[in-house]
Design a protein around this ligand. Structure first.
Ligand code: SF4
Length: 79
């Protein structure tokens, strides 16, 4: 599976859930607003779950569901 990971920063309410739960992928951009880490490729990065581990991909999908403002956008680009 491959996931495309994005954050809509205009909607983010800086609740910190995503970067607390999945710090490998998300971080605080400086004002509490989330961003996809540059280390993983920044906004729109593709995560190859075989490389990064299915557990990490599962946690990305989970936190995408849990984000209270719907700011996390995660697309399955390859099953
Ligand atoms: S979980 Fe959603 S609202 Fe909370 S910091 Fe992350 S993107 Fe923003």
């Amino acid at each position: 599976m491959k996931l495309k990971v994005m954050v809509d920063q205009d909607l983010c309410t800086a609740c910190a859930l995503c970067y607390d739960d999945v710090p490998e992928v998300y971080e605080d951009a400086g004002d509490g607003i989330a961003k996809v880490k540059d280390e993983v490729g920044g906004d729109g990065a593709i995560l190859d779950c075989e490389e990064v581990g299915q557990d990490l991909c599962d946690r990305v999908l989970e936190v995408t569901e849990e984000c209270p403002s719907g700011s996390l956008i995660t697309e399955v680009v390859e099953e």
